[in-house]
Design a protein around this ligand. Structure first.
Ligand code: KIV
Length: 272
């Protein structure tokens, strides 16, 4: 059965998609309407990303967002959708110290956030964390390559896994698969390296700036729909904008403002 025929996406469906050579789509979502629309559009996986920090809460990187801030967004997304698998990021500071800490935070994601899985940033070092979380009954998506929570160690937004460094990424992916991750997401990795990682693991892979060989592809929805990009906001090379929502909204708000100032809104039609 293909993914589109599934009434509800489970982690096993993503695994069989890779075996069949079928690709799947993932977008971030942080609230009700976008989540509902993405469900209706057939998006298979929704991520309540810690990118809520810079797409909801107004920060300029993902570090400040907390689990307490992500959980209400997760509840809103889960309650608004029927079919997609909903994954939530363990934000910076909510898991690093120990596998036990990762389990405690992940339990909150499922219990209070009502989500179906968590995503953990980091390489082979985190295989024990992943193992503990999976043993607690919680599916884990691993996130390797460029991991935004480590931007200071990585000296900024830089492509990871170039040349000989590809071996490190392959080893990371294998260790995390061994730890029990149901999927490996790769961010800002050369297409060739991503293809090698995908070939080295049985679990499905997801790419963001990782070329075309991964089983799935993910984008931040405000990037995908062209909502970001104003006020000097940088649009990454790996983004393809499928709409110009920013200008649509800008235009609508300007027209509304003009109507109000001219006294043409509300008209008789909008009055009681
Ligand atoms: O938080 C996020 O948006 C992510 C990306 C990989 C989509 O982790």
């Amino acid at each position: 059965m293909s993914l589109s025929e599934r009434e509800r996406i489970r982690i096993a469906d993503l695994a069989s998609a890779k075996q069949r050579g079928e690709r799947f789509a993932m977008l971030t979502a942080y609230e009700q309407y976008a989540a509902q629309i993405f469900d209706e559009a057939g998006i298979d996986v929704l991520l309540v990303g810690d990118s809520a920090a810079n797409n909801v809460y107004g920060h300029d990187n993902s570090l400040p967002v907390t689990l307490d801030e992500l959980l209400p967004l997760s509840r809103a997304v889960v309650k608004s959708v029927r079919r997609p698998l909903v994954v939530v990021d363990l934000p910076f500071g909510s898991y690093e110290a120990s596998p036990a800490m990762a389990v405690q935070s992940s339990v909150r994601v499922l219990k209070e956030g009502l989500a179906h899985a968590v995503k953990i940033e980091g390489g082979a070092y985190y295989a024990d964390h992943v193992h503990a979380v999976v043993n607690a009954g919680i599916p884990v998506m691993a996130h390797i390559g460029f991991t935004p929570q480590s931007e200071h160690v990585l000296s900024g937004y830089r492509v990871q896994g170039r040349g000989e460094d590809a071996t490190r990424l392959i080893e990371d992916a294998k260790a995390l698969e061994e730890g029990g991750a149901f999927c490996v997401l790769m961010e800002m990795v050369p297409a060739e390296t991503a293809a090698a990682v995908d070939a080295a693991v049985k679990v499905p892979t997801i790419g963001i700036g990782a070329g075309p060989s991964t089983t799935g592809q993910v984008l931040v929805w405000q990037d995908m729909a062209g909502l970001r990009g104003g006020q000097g906001q940088h649009v990454a090379k790996f983004v393809k904008q499928y709409a110009d929502l920013r200008n649509e909204l800008l235009n609508a708000a300007r027209l509304f403002g003009e109507d109000v100032r001219k006294g043409t809104f509300p008209s008789a039609e909008q009055s009681f």
